[in-house]
Each structure stands twice: as structure tokens, then as C-alpha cells.
Design a binder for this molecule. Structure first.
Ligand SMILES: *[C@@H]1O[C@H](CO)[C@@H](O)[C@H](O)[C@H]1NC(C)=O
Ligand SMILES: *[C@@H]1O[C@H](CO)[C@@H](O)[C@H](O)[C@H]1NC(C)=O
Length: 288
């Protein structure tokens, strides 16, 4: 009896959390579409005024950069690490509220509130933690195959590079040198080509290589950030990716009043993902 009761209450709870997750996703999507529409007619932030007055980085003045010390917690994500290196998130990278991550991403990078809610909320639920009440250490973002994934552009695969909190300088140099736009600007096609190379290389070298569709999209989202927020400009990306520092005077290239929405971001993500050719015959090179 008690087994049946436990089993059925588990099923009910399981169903309930699935339904809540789906309703949350639908709610976020509707909210995101609303913000996207708002962005089409509301005026953009003027250049130089993307960061709100009183927030860190206002008029390009970022709080002091201090590289991580021994024992500090860092993630596979350059954006989160950079915020900790500037003290926008706690410098030790520990015990950070999910809700504070949401606010920091919003203020620093001008992502839409729907995006800033969705990503930390998704991650908390993947770790079975409470978005509203729990905290996270930055290194907790390195759990393999949730956000951290193989064939990243800034980290060697986890089996090769166990500490995913540190940028892989050699990979980043390759990425920075890949730009074919004016003044070496990195384009969506360049990012797709570098991703292609990384995926082929990882498949060849890493016997435990795995990359689900979700992680591919996440990988392409990270790439899209380099275009959307940094305009693909190598000198800024060098500072951001190699030192995980925000360049002096830098502000996000996203000037939309409600920030970069999931729906808008999505189109760049697809442009990159569709440009990636993983068929082994081409060995990472595009067909002529
Ligand atoms: C973060 O790290 C600290 C010290 O290393 C630890 O005490 C704490 O429990 C960790 N917090 C989370 C949310 O895991
Ligand atoms: C992103 O684009 C894909 C394909 O066009 C679509 O299926 C998906 O629903 C979109 N997601 C969002 C949040 O707009």
C-alpha cells in the first residue's frame, strides 16, 4: 500500500513539475515575444548609454579588474567569469543567488529580462535546486553536458582540460585569427567555420565526445554572443576571452531598449548552427 502511495505521489509530483516547467517555458516565450515586439518600435539606447546610470560600467567605467585568486570559483562561461573578475558578481565566485546572476547579466550585457530569467532558471532546475532560494558557485556551471559542452571555442574538452574555469589561450588565438570581415572582424560564417573545425577535431581526439542538439544550440548561442554583444571585434574579444575582462570604455553593442530577447538571439544562433558542416568527408572544410 505504502509503496503504491509513494509511487503515485511521485508520479503526481513528477507530472506537476513537468507541467510547471512547460507553463514556465510558455510564459517566458510569451513574455519574450512581447519584449521583441516592444523592441521593434521603442527607441534604442543612444551609443554610450547602454549601461544604466548608477550601474557598474556606466559610461564604460567598469569596476576594478582583479584576476581570480587560488581557490576562487570560476566557470566555463567567459561572461560570468568576467563579471566576477570585476566584482559585479562576488569576486570569489561563490554562493551567488540565481536571481543576482539574472540581474547582473541584464545590467552588464543588456540581455532581455526573459533571457536573464530563463537561463539561470533552467540551470537551477537541471541541478534540482531552487531558482528563488538557492545559491550557486561558478564552478557548478561546469557540470558536463548541461551548459558545459565538448567542442567549445574557448575550452578544450573536459576530458582533456579538467578545469573548465580557465580559458584555453591557444583555442582563443585561433578564434581571434579567424575573422574575414573588414579589419579582421569575426562574422557568423567565420564562427561556423571555427565551430566546424572544433567539432571535427573533438570527434577525432576525444573518444568520449558527445554533443546533443541542445548543447549544439547552446554552443552556437555562445558564439552568437560574440557577434551580438561584441560585434565580432577582435581587439575587444581578445580582452574578454583571454583575460575574462571587460575592456575599458566597452559597452554592449545591443542597444535595444528591452535588451536582446531569446527570439531575436535565436536567428543568429540558427545562422551559425546551420553554417556548421560536420560531415567527416569534408574534414571541417566547406565544399568549394
Ligand atoms: C560553494 O563553495 C563553498 C566553499 O568552497 C561551499 O561551502 C558551498 O557549499 C558551495 N556552495 C554551493 C551552492 O555549492
Ligand atoms: C527558435 O527558432 C526555432 C527554429 O526557427 C524555433 O523552432 C524555436 O521555437 C525558436 N525559439 C524561440 C524561443 O524563439
Amino acid at each position: 500500500m505504502s509503496f503504491v502511495a509513494t509511487a503515485s505521489s511521485r508520479i503526481v509530483l513528477g507530472l506537476l513539475s513537468t507541467i510547471i516547467d512547460q507553463l514556465t517555458s510558455l510564459g517566458v516565450l510569451a513574455w519574450d515575444i512581447g519584449l521583441t515586439i516592444y523592441n521593434t518600435f521603442a527607441p534604442e539606447h543612444p551609443v554610450g548609454q547602454v549601461v544604466a546610470k548608477g550601474m557598474p560600467g556606466y559610461r564604460g567605467k567598469w569596476p576594478e579588474f582583479i584576476p581570480p585568486k587560488e581557490g576562487d570559483s570560476r566557470s566555463c562561461c567567459p561572461a560570468l567569469n568576467a563579471m566576477a573578475n570585476h566584482g559585479i558578481l562576488p569576486r570569489d565566485g561563490k554562493n551567488i543567488k540565481y536571481t543576482d546572476i539574472n540581474a547582473a547579466i541584464r545590467a552588464t550585457f543588456n540581455f532581455a529580462p526573459s533571457f536573464c530569467f530563463f537561463v539561470p532558471h533552467f540551470y537551477a532546475s537541471k541541478l534540482s535546486r531552487s531558482y528563488a532560494h538557492d545559491t550557486i558557485n561558478l564552478s557548478d556551471f561546469n557540470v558536463h553536458n548541461i551548459i558545459e559542452h565538448d567542442a567549445s571555442l574557448t575550452r578544450h574538452d573536459a576530458v582533456i582540460q579538467p578545469d573548465q574555469g580557465v580559458p584555453a589561450q591557444d583555442l582563443i588565438d585561433d578564434l581571434l585569427a579567424s575573422g574575414t570581415g573588414p579589419n579582421g572582424i569575426i562574422t557568423a560564417a567565420d564562427l561556423a567555420a571555427v565551430c566546424t573545425r572544433r567539432r571535427c577535431e573533438s570527434k577525432a581526439k576525444n573518444s568520449q565526445f558527445s554533443l546533443s542538439l541542445g548543447q549544439k544550440m547552446f554552443g552556437s548561442s555562445n558564439s552568437a554572443t560574440l557577434l551580438a554583444h561584441f560585434g565580432g571585434i577582435p581587439s575587444d574579444l581578445r580582452v574578454f576571452l583571454k583575460e575574462e575582462r571587460l575592456p575599458d570604455g566597452w559597452e554592449s553593442k545591443v542597444r535595444k531598449p528591452a535588451g536582446l530577447t531569446i527570439s531575436t538571439f535565436n536567428s543568429t544562433v540558427f545562422r551559425i548552427e546551420l553554417g556548421i558542416d560536420e560531415s567527416p568527408a569534408t574534414d571541417g572544410k566547406k565544399h568549394a
